[in-house]
Design a protein around this ligand. Structure first.
Ligand code: ADP
Length: 183
């Protein structure tokens, strides 16, 4: 993994709805018609036009993603991805989570997004342990960025200190120099 790739990722604590980035990613459900957690927060901040556009998309399978405009959000786009329910965990579940990150980044790249922010997909009501999710998602993102100039920068926006610490540790395990990419 080149050092350059680590310089393109960062983790912050905060609220994803306020991020000044080209695209924010939503941890949605397969209906794309809104839910609780980060999904509810994004819809509240974006306004009712977001739900109206989501109604035209006919849902989204687990592990995939669809893109809409950001409406009243600072972000130009919302990329709605559907994480797996953790259940008993295992390889297939991890692969679905990695696929969420890959397909979201692919959509971001196709739309010319230079900056993208992710929440901890599946780590709320879908029950994915955040330390495991950190390893899977960091691995998926680093691999994607190795092969793509876009997006230029990826940020995880972690809502609480437990998730933030888990991602910090995950970044160290992945080989990022201590402090690199952590703000
Ligand atoms: P999922 O159904 O994929 O588990 P949730 O929305 O329940 O999605 O939770 C995903 C993660 O998003 C959790 O770690 C939760 O704490 C976090 N979260 C909730 N609200 C926000 C927000 N406004 N900004 C960033 N992260 C958030």
């Amino acid at each position: 993994m080149s050092k350059d790739v680590f310089s393109r990722i960062e983790i912050v604590r905060g609220d994803i709805t306020t991020q000044q980035v080209d695209a924010i990613v939503n941890a949605a459900n397969t209906s794309l018609l809104g839910g609780g957690g980060v999904d509810g927060a994004i819809h509240r901040a974006a306004g009712p036009e977001l739900l109206a556009e989501c109604r035209t998309l006919n849902g989204c399978p687990t592990g995939s993603a669809k893109i809409t405009k950001g409406y009243r959000l600072p972000a130009k786009y919302v990329i709605h991805t559907v994480g797996p329910v953790y259940g008993g965990g295992g390889r297939a579940v991890a692969e679905k989570l990695a696929s969420c990150y890959r397909t979201s980044l692919q959509l971001a790249a196709e739309h010319g997004c230079r900056t993208v922010a992710f929440p901890a997909v599946s780590c709320g009501v879908y029950g994915y342990p955040v330390d495991e999710a950190a390893d899977v998602s960091i691995g998926a993102i680093l691999a994607f960025l190795e092969g793509s100039a876009f997006p230029e920068r990826v940020r995880w926006v972690l809502f609480d200190s437990v998730a933030f610490s888990a991602y910090e540790a995950g970044l160290r395990r992945a080989g990022g120099a201590a402090g690199t990419g952590v703000s």
